[in-house]
Design a protein around this ligand. Structure first.
Ligand code: AMP
Length: 428
């Protein structure tokens, strides 16, 4: 697998040498001419990024003159698998307010003088790129998650109409665009999205609403000063959103690396079972740190009283996480191991029948409990453990696993509780 690289187009503010590790500027040329700006390369959260300022470093390139082909080609050539774009848009809907973010899912291309294809000749046969869903769902999901996390007012979908510019629309045009079903309007996204799709690079846009175009009679018609003013107020938010998206890619990479360290032993302890062995992951100090950090980040704000670990690998995880979070530790054990008074629960395992026990005095009513185990298969063990916790009137904050085997539908048995797993083995 090639190294993950993310392209960023816009005036995002991320091209700051203080933000990027290994900051470099790179002058490049492409078969389609020069991109809008030098490429700024560097790392964010350990992920390689390549940044282009769409309108040039000093906003000297008008929309019609932006060399989208060179921009997209340059990012593709650099090895970017994803492109995140930022743009300012005018709102064509009452409910899309100034300062709101729109995570675009459709465009209408109303440009007239743009070069919007890499396929000027059908040298190697006809190519008509599908464009029904031009924005990457994976990137859109990440942008939406980031907006929700920061509580930024946002719209999960939106159709942008891209006009030629550089002038703004007439009122008649603005009314017409509303009738056509467009939600927001700008001068840059459609050609860029088209070319990114042709180049097979996943592409999505975070659009910041700066004005109400000119359809709204109780509002001033849009002006460039108005756009600049709102952009200035919101640029930090855009930066935060993009940083969070890159961070989530970095997290995905970490999880992917952790997964590579899990050993699979076929036919253990019974034929047909693919045993996922985390001892190969846990023996390495870097991996342990990463694993516990990931759980810590998720649970640090949740005011957990105690972590209940399921014997035996769940104990190791519960112990480390309880130490890190500063919570209590509760043991859920196989039968006959606990010395004081217990309650028990019988359940079916992926390979047999078993039961789990807990000391009667290990949880006080109302305590917030996080249940943890190495793996959820059929969900029998965790389901029985939840029953024990609830029998003692503990409140289950979440059931947490390093590994989930979604094919075995264990989550269904835990449908009443929040469930979180870091790594999935599906159809493997
Ligand atoms: P289940 O009750 O079916 O969800 O099984 C989960 C429990 O069994 C966990 O404590 C796991 O440690 C263990 N387990 C079940 N299947 C596997 C597997 N394929 N690899 C490793 N451990 C497993």
């Amino acid at each position: 697998m090639g190294k993950l690289k993310i392209g960023i187009i816009g005036g995002s503010g991320l091209e700051d040498p203080n933000l990027l590790d290994d900051y470099k500027e790179k002058e490049v040329d492409t078969p389609f001419g020069k991109p809008s700006s030098k490429l700024i390369t560097g790392k964010l959260f350990g992920i390689d990024v390549v940044i282009i300022s769409r309108h040039g470093k000093k906003h000297e390139i008008p929309p019609t003159q932006v060399n989208n082909k060179a921009n997209i080609f340059a990012l593709k050539y650099e090895g970017c698998k994803y492109i995140l774009a930022t743009t300012a848009v005018g709102s064509l809907r009452e409910e899309i307010k100034r300062g709101d973010f729109v995570i675009l899912d459709q465009f209408i291309d109303f440009t007239k003088r743009r070069d919007v294809t890499f396929y000027d000749k059908f040298e190697f046969g006809a190519i008509h790129t599908p464009m029904a869903n031009p924005f990457s769902e994976k990137l859109r999901k990440k942008l939406i998650e980031a907006c929700s996390e920061f509580n930024f007012s946002h719209h999960k979908t939106g159709t942008v109409i891209t006009i030629e510019g550089s002038r703004f629309s007439t009122r008649a045009e603005s009314y017409m665009f509303r009738q056509w079903g467009a939600d927001v309007i700008n001068m840059s996204i459609a050609p860029e999205a088209i070319l990114a799709n042709e180049a097979e690079v996943e592409y999505a846009t975070i659009a910041m609403t700066t004005d109400y175009d000119c359809w709204k009679n109780d509002e001033e018609p849009v002006s460039w000063e108005m756009v600049k003013e709102i952009m200035k107020d919101n640029v930090e938010k855009v930066k935060k959103i993009l940083l969070r998206v890159v961070e989530s890619f970095s997290r995905e990479e970490e999880i992917r690396k952790l997964k590579e360290n899990i050993r699979t032993i076929p036919d253990f302890p019974k034929p047909g079972i693919m045993f996922r062995d985390i001892t190969t992951l846990l023996k390495d100090k870097e991996n342990v740190k990463k694993l516990i950090d990931l759980f810590y980040d998720r649970y640090k704000e949740m005011e957990i009283d105690a972590i209940a670990g399921i014997e035996s690998r769940g104990f190791a995880l519960a112990g480390m996480l309880a130490g890190r979070l500063g919570t209590g530790l509760v043991l859920i054990r196989k039968p006959g191991k606990l010395p004081a008074e217990t309650i028990s629960e019988v359940y079916n395992l992926e390979y047999g029948v078993d039961s789990v026990e807990i000391h009667k005095d290990s949880i006080s009513p109302g305590q917030k409990i996080l249940l943890i185990d190495d793996l959820i298969a059929t969900g029998g063990t965790a389901g029985a453990s939840c029953k024990l916790i609830e029998a003692l009137k503990g409140e289950i904050v979440e059931c947490c696993f390093v590994i989930e085997l979604p094919d075995l539908k264990g989550k269904e048995k835990l449908a009443r509780y929040p469930v979180f797993s870091l790594i999935k083995f599906e159809g493997e």
